[in-house]
Design a protein. Structure first.
Lengths: 62, 202
């Protein structure tokens, strides 16, 4: 199995404890998904605005 | 110390004072559990009305009770098998209440797709707890999989406070499916290993 495959397996087959660096990385990935995904992509029935990603895009575009 | 470990340590400071207060006031831990559930039902009601920030605040209060009940039981030497059973059952009641609040909301908004996503997330969340409970009647421990109750509750709060409940539901659904699969696989592997071990010994 390649290192990418091994990493993916460890994400799917989760055996790490809380308060480990693996847990922190997973939490960061989850928060990234929640806050960066534009709500329109998910058809969010209640969210307003374009989300953090759209806001950042607008900031960088000026 | 990791980032999540540091956040946990900071949150423990006010919680320790509350545990102390509950011990001094001699409040029974099972009563704390019941109070937490009642408050969680109020959070579910707020979710059903689409008042996410209110729901988030109520969830924080409810989960303080849920968090401190076990610690108070330990401090007062009131730990019991029934207490553990009562806590587990009430946890499921609280979890399902929150999901039902969202199902009501999405149903009122005419969003059948999110009614289904929420219902599936609820189903796999219940299965997450069930697989572990059933597995631990067969093997010693079955603590694999990421999406356990504390993660679910924190995600609900994040979804409520930042109005990103749809993304949160997707995360809960996908990771709960993985968690259930992890527990089934782990239990099968452990039982198979035990069977082989018994075969070799014979």
């Amino acid at each position: 199995m390649t290192s990418f495959g091994r990493a993916l397996w460890h994400v799917v087959y989760w055996t790490h404890e809380r308060a480990t660096w693996q847990y922190d990385v997973m939490v960061a990935a989850i928060l990234g998904f929640i806050w960066l995904t534009p709500p329109d992509w998910l058809g969010d029935p209640t969210a307003t605005g374009g989300g953090l990603l759209v806001w950042l895009w607008n900031v960088f575009r000026g | 110390m990791t980032t999540t470990g540091l956040i946990g340590a900071i949150c423990m400071l006010p919680l320790r004072a509350m545990i102390r207060a509950a011990v001094v006031l001699r409040i029974h831990p099972n009563v704390l559990t019941a109070i937490g559930v009642c408050i969680n039902v109020a959070a579910a009601w707020a979710l059903a009305l689409g008042r996410f920030v209110t729901a988030g605040v109520i969830m924080i209060v409810a989960n303080i009770f849920d968090f401190i009940d076990g610690k108070v039981a330990r401090e007062r030497n009131l730990e019991s098998e029934f207490g553990g059973f009562w806590d587990s059952v009430m946890d499921r009641f609280s979890d399902i209440s929150l999901f039902l609040g969202l199902i009501y909301l999405y149903s009122a908004l005419g969003r059948t797709d999110y009614v289904m996503i929420t219902a599936l997330a609820m189903m796999f969340s219940v299965l997450t707890s069930y697989t572990r409970a059933r597995a631990e009647s067969l093997i010693e421990k079955c603590k694999v999989g990421f999406m356990e109750r504390p993660e679910r509750i924190v995600l609900f709060m994040i979804g409520a406070f930042t109005n990103r409940m749809a993304a949160v539901l997707w995360v809960i659904l996908v990771l709960s499916i993985f968690t259930v699969a992890d527990r089934i696989y782990y239990t099968w592997r452990e039982l198979d290993r035990a069977k082989r071990g018994a075969g070799v010994a014979a």
